[in-house]
Structures are given as structure tokens and as C-alpha cells.
Design a protein around this ligand. Structure first.
Ligand code: FAD
Length: 389
């Protein structure tokens, strides 16, 4: 196992200070390491996630070579050559588990933002103190964007939130964590080969959720209530101005509708399995109220905002991969983690084999199936080699 940093590196180095998991403790488990602390319904801090992963690595005696950066992977006659900062390694098979969120996605027009505005991504943001004491534009309203917008607003700064397509969810539904519903109803277990539009499912933004001791909902209504101004998707930058889409109402209506549909699925499931009487009564939530005419442009030179937080998503980083398995969009070509090159595998990507694939608890089922395939591949490859010998 090659790791450029230390075990659980992303949780040590790439998370902001206040971050807590949005998955509850009882769900954030690794194989053989269930949560056994005093607060199963709480949400771990990054330090607690580091502890969980380090404990797991020690338990399975993971053969980790820390501080070993992979700089190139290429095919050879009988497998692969992995070039690292500590020398080359030859092997028959490779599992790419380098993460789905290695790079923050930032739109091209970020270059057109005046130099007087500080720009940060969630990878460099640690807390409000590093930003000027002035207005902030947060771009993107998925889990990261809504959490950072709330934190910055609570620090006393005026905050504008640019909202594109998003997934609205209440923290609690019928008295239970909404992710309990995702898990128990089997929605999260839907397999990649049964998902209707897999490409779309793999691009789906993270849900508007935050893990707090109060188990509070953090949707756009909650943000408006603390004074965050909502604007549409940032579409272009021209003549020192940010131009926002006029479609804010549409994206909010769509998110409301999809949430209603999902809650309907949960209700139906509860009825079918006879849980209806055990959980709270069915709930419906008020639609997102959108300002009558949200502004469609912002003068970036006026001083109204002095910082931009790009919460526009993440993507993997395969610059070291010298095997032709990357598509035009920069994504790995694979079928459920079996990459389009013999002996090459992937884990930890969105909807790799199930809807839960990129979550911590999602790795167990995916890894078992991918490693089964890999073991069969090696057995066949070894069999063929001994016949040749
Ligand atoms: C902001 C944020 C919040 C999240 N919140 C949650 C949550 O609440 N609940 C949840 O279940 N999941 C959450 N996730 C998803 C979470 O990241 C995954 O569940 C889990 O950490 C993925 O583990 P991984 O090992 O697949 O990838 P990563 O954690 O990305 O680990 C990849 C590792 O590969 C190493 N690496 C990369 N490139 C190289 C190279 N070239 N050479 C050597 N080493 C390399 C990196 O240093 C890193 O340690 C969140 C993700 C983000 C970004």
C-alpha cells in the first residue's frame, strides 16, 4: 500500500477545522471496526476519523509504505511498473485508491477575478480567520458550500451563496437521521448496473447536510434565516462582474421536488416493511422560498466581497497514470471498479458499485467484490504463467 503522506492523509491535511462527518457515528464504520463510543447518533470530527482509520490500519496490519508518492504507472509485458519517489515496483495488478476528491474543481473564469479578491478552495480553507473581514461569495451549495456559507455568516461576514443544482435533505425525517432512511430502505445499496442513469448518478452533488450536535437541517431556508443572500449559478465573469444565472427558482423547485420524491420512497418502504407505526408520522417540508428577483450580477471591483470560496466540487487526480484509461472528461474508464486494462482496479469512486460507494461505510461491499475479481485475475494469470513454464 503506497501512501504519499500518512495513513488517513486527506483527513489530516485537506479538511477545514470545524468539519464533522455528515454521516452519523453508527454508520461511519470500517470492516470489523464498528462505532462503540457513547454517541452513536453524533458526527465525528476529522481528528476522530483519522483515529478510526489509523485504528483500522493497525488492526489489519496494513502494509503501508507512507511518504511514498506514486509519480507514474505504466503497463509492462506482464503487469505494471509503478514509479515512486522511493524507487520502482513491478507488479501484476494495481488497485487505484487515490481518492475521488484529490483536486478542487474551479471554473475557468476564476482567472478573470480581480487580484484584490482572495480565492480559496475547500482544500486550502481552514476557517474564517484566514479570510478578510468583509463580504464573501461562496460558490456552490452542496454539502461543502452550505457548511462554509453558514460558518462564514456566523463569523459576522456578509455572505452571498451562488446556488446551482443541489440535493436538499432534512437532517431528521420522521424522527430519524435521514441517512438512516437511506441506509435502512436500501436506497444506498442500489447497484451501479441497476441505476437508471449511471453517468448522472456519478455526477450527483453531495447532499445539503451538516453533522452538528443539534442535528440541525442546513438547507437554503436555514441559510436565508441567518442572512445568507442566495443568487443563481455563477455562469460567467465579464468586465469585472460575476454574472449569475436567472434560474435560481428552477433549481430550488427541482431540489424540492426530488426531496419530496425521495421522502415518498421512504414512506412507501416503511409501510411495506411494517415500520410505519414505529417511526414518527410522515412529514412534508415547505418549498424553498426564493427572493422575488435575486440579483444576476455582482461587481467584483466594488469591494462588496473580498473573498471567494470555490465549493464547486472535487475531482480525482490521475496525472501520474500513464495507461490510456482516462476518458475525455478526465474520469477513469471502469466497470464497477474493473478498469479497462487487465489487472487494473479502482475503489472509492462515486457509485463505483453502489450508491454508497464514496462513503466510508460504502467501501466494505465494494472492496469485497473488486478484490474477488482481482484474485480470480491473478489466479488465471499465474495459471497461464505456470503452463507456459
Ligand atoms: C469534504 C469532504 C467531506 C466528506 N465527508 C464525508 C462524510 O461525512 N462521510 C463519509 O462517509 N464520507 C465523507 N467523505 C468522503 C470520504 O472522503 C470518503 O468516504 C473516504 O475518505 C474516501 O477514502 P479513500 O481512501 O477512497 O480516498 P481518500 O481519503 O481521498 O484517500 C486517498 C489517499 O491516496 C493518497 N494518494 C493520492 N494520490 C497518490 C499518489 N499519487 N501516490 C501516493 N498516494 C496518493 C492520498 O494522500 C490519500 O491518503 C467526504 C469527502 C470530502 C472531500
Amino acid at each position: 500500500m503506497l501512501e504519499r503522506g500518512e495513513v488517513a492523509n486527506t483527513w489530516r491535511c485537506e479538511r477545514w477545522d470545524s468539519l464533522r462527518l455528515l454521516t452519523p457515528n453508527w454508520l461511519s464504520r470500517l470492516p470489523g471496526v464498528p462505532y462503540d463510543g457513547p454517541d452513536p447518533d453524533g458526527y465525528m470530527t476529522s481528528a476522530e476519523v483519522v483515529e478510526l482509520i489509523a485504528r483500522f490500519a493497525a488492526r489489519i496490519r496494513a502494509p503501508v509504505r507512507a511518504g511514498t508518492n506514486v509519480t507514474r504507472l505504466r503497463r509492462t509485458d506482464d503487469g505494471y511498473c509503478v514509479t515512486t519517489t522511493r524507487g520502482d515496483i513491478r507488479c501484476r495488478a494495481v488497485v487505484i485508491a487515490s481518492g475521488a476528491c484529490s483536486r478542487a474543481t474551479v471554473p475557468d473564469f476564476a482567472h478573470a477575478v480581480p487580484a484584490s479578491i482572495k480565492q480559496v478552495t475547500p482544500h486550502d480553507y481552514r476557517g474564517p480567520a484566514a479570510l478578510p473581514e468583509a463580504g464573501v461569495l461562496v460558490v456552490g451549495a452542496s454539502a461543502t458550500g452550505v457548511q462554509l456559507a453558514a460558518e462564514l455568516r456566523r463569523s459576522g461576514r456578509p455572505v452571498i451563496l451562488s446556488v446551482g443544482e443541489h440535493v436538499r435533505l432534512p437532517r431528521l425525517y420522521r424522527g430519524r437521521d435521514v441517512l438512516w432512511w437511506m441506509h435502512a430502505s436500501g436506497v444506498w445499496d442500489e447497484r451501479y448496473d441497476q441505476v437508471e442513469d449511471l453517468k448522472r448518478a456519478r455526477r450527483l452533488p453531495s447532499p445539503q447536510l451538516v453533522g452538528t450536535p443539534e442535528r440541525a437541517t442546513l438547507d437554503l431556508n436555514a441559510l436565508s434565516a441567518i442572512g445568507v443572500e442566495l443568487v443563481g449559478r455563477w455562469a460567467a465573469a465579464r468586465d469585472g462582474r460575476a454574472l449569475f444565472s436567472g434560474g435560481l427558482r428552477n433549481v430550488c423547485s427541482l431540489a424540492d421536488l426530488k426531496m419530496e420524491r425521495l421522502l415518498g420512497v421512504f414512506d412507501e418502504w416503511a409501510l411495506t416493511v411494517g415500520l410505519d407505526a414505529e417511526v414518527g408520522t410522515s412529514e412534508r417540508f415547505a418549498p424553498t422560498p426564493v427572493p422575488q428577483s435575486p440579483r444576476v450580477q455582482l461587481d467584483l471591483r466594488s469591494g462588496e466581497i473580498r473573498a471567494i470560496v470555490w465549493s464547486t466540487g472535487f475531482r480525482p487526480d490521475y496525472h501520474w497514470l500513464d495507461v490510456p484509461v482516462i476518458d475525455a472528461k478526465g474520469q477513469l474508464r471502469h466497470d464497477g471498479g474493473v478498469v479497462d486494462s487487465p489487472g487494473l482496479y479502482a475503489l472509492g469512486l462515486p457509485v463505483l458499485r453502489r450508491r454508497k460507494s464514496t462513503f466510508i461505510h460504502g467501501i466494505e461491499d465494494d472492496a469485497r467484490e473488486v478484490i474477488d475479481h482481482l484474485a480470480r485475475y491473478l489466479a488465471e494469470a499465474n495459471g497461464a504463467a505456470s503452463v507456459r513454464a
